[in-house]
Design a protein around this ligand. Structure first.
Ligand SMILES: Cc1ncc(COP(=O)(O)O)c(C=O)c1O
Length: 404
């Protein structure tokens, strides 16, 4: 028998399969359990026949190129098209040379981590934050410092206090990682004033800002400003990440980074040894989907569709949740974050009971907190379940909260 354990790197040894992940994987095929645990788009929205036509065209018309190796930083036609797309949709002005196409935003997080973090470096995040970003930063050896949030996102005054205290003890922060709109998991959106404040703080303390923005293209309220930090960035300190995952299809695995030219060049070098380049074929598909207006049509369809699911969930929560459960009212993104103010209520411990007795699943919040808190919180997804499942699932969650 070979003892494989002795061959693993310390990174591999430190990554453990989580009990929660395994528990949630088991319910995938259980029809009796309503799951709010996923974080995925509703496949009913995938524009399948249009994508089939585009894929066929990409292979038959551009096959020699679309099936060939391509440039590490992404097809120039796609980078030009993304540059135009971001300018029109978000007011971001990005030269195509400042864009790196990535294999989903997840790879962008990995590239940022590998390019910026040495073991022991401090990265500041919202508390809670996106699990897979926490994972990527930790894998690179980062020490994470979390900043408290409220309904308006990260508390930027608390952020400044944290930076002050880190700097007063000789520490140094590499970057602040933020998900300003439709936060995963917190469901919050950073207010406009705080966005400006955050940029001022980044300049004052000489840190970079990594803005992760999968969600601001689909938002549910008119009149709420969701201008990206990147579009407000006078100091050239923001590294902007976005993705086609929520506005077209995650299986295409196409995301992108906008960074100051020199940084983009560094990212390109790091990406080169990760995967040479993101799949040329899906880059062509995304290119054509944007050019034909399919992505914008998809955003127009997805916005009211998810809004009505969000509304259904909020109204079910209003009907069923006792007043000691507080929850966010997201204006974007796919998640509501709930907090149960009941002595000893532990969502991690109760997940098994939730699944087996109440037939409902959520993601326990504790894993999203970088300081080990959040045991009484849970992330609840509204994009995937149907309206009926939303109502019934929230009723079951309320039963769990009241009885356990
Ligand atoms: C905040 C955040 N960042 C990044 C990602 C990764 O997205 P992608 O599918 O582009 O890798 C997600 C996916 O849910 C996310 O919520």
């Amino acid at each position: 028998m070979v003892d494989y354990g002795k061959y693993y790197s310390s990174l591999a040894n430190n990554i453990r399969a989580s009990d929660i992940r395994e528990l949630l994987a088991l319910i995938k095929h259980r029809r009796d359990v309503i799951s709010f645990a996923g974080g995925i788009p509703d496949p009913k929205l995938f524009p399948k026949s249009e994508l089939a036509d585009i894929s066929r065209e990409a292979i038959l018309k551009y096959g020699d190129e679309a099936l060939q190796y391509s440039e590490t930083k992404g097809l120039i036609e796609l980078r030009e098209t993304l540059s135009d797309f971001m300018r029109r949709m978000k007011g971001i002005s990005a030269d195509p040379e400042d864009i790196v196409v990535t294999t989903g935003s997840q790879q962008a997080l990995d590239i940022v981590a590998r390019s910026m973090i040495d073991p022991g470096d401090i990265v500041v995040t919202e508390n809670p934050s996106y699990l897979a970003a926490i994972g990527a930063f930790k894998a690179a050896g980062a020490r994470l410092v979390g900043v408290e949030m409220d309904d308006n996102g990260m508390d930027t005054f608390k952020l400044e206090e944290k930076l002050k205290s880190i700097y007063s003890t000789g520490g140094r922060v590499k970057f602040i990682y933020t998900i300003p709109v439709g936060h995963n998991p917190a469901g919050t959106t950073l207010s406009y004033d705080r966005r400006k404040h955050l940029l001022e703080i980044a300049e004052k303390y000489d840190v970079l800002v990594v803005e992760d923005d999968p969600y601001s293209y689909i938002t549910y309220e008119n009149g709420v400003d969701t201008t990206p930090l990147k579009a407000l960035d006078r100091y050239d300190r923001v590294i902007y990440l976005s993705t086609m995952s929520k506005i077209l299809a995650p299986g295409l695995r196409i995301g992108w980074i906008v960074a100051p030219r020199e940084v983009a060049r560094k990212f390109e070098l790091v990406k080169q040894y990760l995967d040479l380049h993101s799949p040329t074929l899906t880059q062509f598909i995304v290119l054509e989907a944007i050019k034909k207006g399919l992505v914008e049509r998809m955003i127009k369809v997805a916005t009211p569709y998810y809004k009505s699911k969000r509304d259904a969930m909020l109204s079910a929560m209003e009907d069923y949740f006792p007043d000691y459960v507080s929850y966010t009212r997201p204006i974007g993104g796919l998640f509501i974050f709930a907090r149960v103010e009941k002595e000893g209520f532990n969502t991690t411990k109760l997940l098994e009971v939730a699944i087996n007795k109440y037939k409902v699943a959520y993601v326990p919040g504790a894993g999203f907190f970088v300081d080990g808190s959040g045991y009484n919180t849970m992330r609840i997804n509204f994009s995937y379940p149907t309206h009926d499942e939303i109502y019934e699932g929230v009723r079951r969650l309320a039963q769990l909260v009241k009885s356990e």
